[in-house]
Design a protein around this ligand. Structure first.
Ligand code: HEC
Length: 146
């Protein structure tokens, strides 16, 4: 009797500790990876947001020269690369994050890049719209409201 109580109490404590550890890690993962220095906030402010904003501006303006098309390709390629970084270093806490980064952002930016390579502005804008759904999907769950 006593032994089984102790066993159960211990099992319960272990489960609680595990749950606490998981919650702690999940929070840390969202804000920062496990070992690298960059915070998610840095990545958003320094790469995701500027490349997304400049890509949208460039698509709206309509690229007139090869150089302008090339600039748009750079933005789309970096956003695509960003979808990999968001999945690295233990940063991804759940399937909402994984879907937003490794599907919506990755596939969307790939479609934008392909449309840019084909100089198809309408297709690029449409793909940009799809790609941008990743921002809201991930933020709704993982970006803390101020
Ligand atoms: C897979 C998840 C994920 C995706 C996809 C994502 N974000 Fe974020 N973003 C976050 C998280 C988490 C934060 C909050 C970081 C923090 O405050 O620690 C954030 C914060 C931001 C911020 C605020 C940065 C700051 O300086 O505090 C901006 C701007 C931003 N995201 C833009 C975007 C845009 C634009 C997209 C889409 C093109 C996007 N994000 C896609 C997870 C994501």
């Amino acid at each position: 009797m006593k032994k089984s109580f102790l066993l159960r109490a211990c099992a319960c404590a272990c489960v609680s500790l595990l749950a606490l550890a998981t919650i702690g890690t999940a929070t840390a993962q969202v804000k920062k990876g496990k070992s690298r220095l960059m915070k998610t906030e840095h990545f958003m402010a320094g790469l995701i947001k500027p490349h997304s904003t400049d890509l949208k501006k460039g698509l709206d303006a309509g690229p007139a020269t090869d150089e302008a098309w090339h600039e748009l390709a750079v933005h789309a390629a970096l956003l695509n690369e960003g979808s990999y970084t968001l999945m690295e270093d233990g940063r991804c806490p759940d399937t909402v994050w994984a879907d937003a980064a490794s599907k919506t952002l990755r596939d969307g930016s790939e479609a934008v890049l392909k449309a840019i390579d084909a100089k198809d502005i309408a297709a690029a804008k449409k793909a940009f719209g799809e790609m941008s759904k990743s921002c809201k999907a991930c933020h709704d769950k993982h970006k803390k409201k101020d």
